[in-house]
Design a protein around this ligand. Structure first.
Ligand code: 13P
Length: 248
């Protein structure tokens, strides 16, 4: 049985002091959550977030990392630095990183391999643009992204990862995918994992939906058979996030 994961992705929001105050405030409200809860936060917020989340159900993650072990890569952050700072998760291949910072499927693959080697849980993002959806190539596009992201990753490592399906047209737009659209793609991803690995691997891997997840739509989305939680942007910055984690 897969345990649901609801992860916030803060993007470029909250300073270290805001982080500390927010996590201290929200942690007791999440104490009785029946799922895994995480906040993936800007790099400078990781240490204060980990400290504030100590003893709570909240796991802390990063929003990116580099695939090299260490060295002359000015401005980059290595997997072992994230681990040492107390991070448990790392978001990889978010569509904003692909669009603004030239992230590629091949880079995501290298990063995923390195993250796993250091014991981090990669949350590997995929998603189509509105044009691709209108062209009817959504599933082909997602399968390509996932095939490359998992290239060379053995089954015993693949099960440790999380996939987040985030249609680009639904991110930050308030335009959530219908439950049918979200389930269709998440189901297709699970089918692909069966093909690439085995039914057992596909059944144990968690697949999240992301894109305008909010208290009003979380319950229905998370009730879909192949949706094991959410990757939540805007709604994870406010105390209302509690209602996404524990939808009524
Ligand atoms: P929103 O929830 O703000 O649409 O963002 C989704 C997202 O990109 C999470 O990674």
């Amino acid at each position: 049985m897969r345990k649901r994961l609801v992860a916030g992705n803060w993007k470029m929001n909250k300073t270290p002091s805001e982080t500390k105050a927010f996590i201290q405030e929200i942690a007791p409200l999440l104490a009785d959550a029946d799922c895994d809860v995480a906040f993936c936060v800007p790099a400078v917020d990781i240490i204060p977030a980990v400290e504030a989340a100590k003893g709570s159900v909240i796991g802390i993650g990063a929003e990116n990392m580099y695939f090299e072990e260490k060295g002359a890569f000015t401005g980059e952050i290595a997997a072992n630095m994230l681990v040492d700072a107390g991070a448990k998760y790392v978001v990889l291949g978010h569509s904003e990183r692909r669009e603004y910072f030239g992230e590629t499927d091949e880079g995501v693959n290298k990063k995923a391999i390195k993250a796993i080697a250091h014991g981090l849980i990669p949350i590997i993002c995929c998603g189509e643009s509105l044009t691709q959806r209108e062209q009817g190539i959504t599933l082909d596009w997602i399968r390509k992204q996932i095939r490359i992201a998992y290239f060379g990753i053995p089954a015993e490592d693949a099960v440790k990862t999380v996939i987040a399906y985030e249609p680009i047209w639904a991110i930050g737009t308030g335009k959530v995918a219908t439950t049918g659209q979200a389930q269709e793609v998440c189901g297709a991803i699970r089918e692909l994992m069966t093909e690439l690995y085995s039914a057992e691997t596909a059944e144990s891997l968690r697949i999240l939906y992301g894109g305008s997840v909010a208290p009003a739509n979380a319950k229905e989305l998370f009730a879909q058979p192949d949706i094991d939680g959410g990757l939540v942007g805007g709604a994870s910055l406010k105390l209302d996030f509690v209602k996404v984690v524990k939808p009524e």
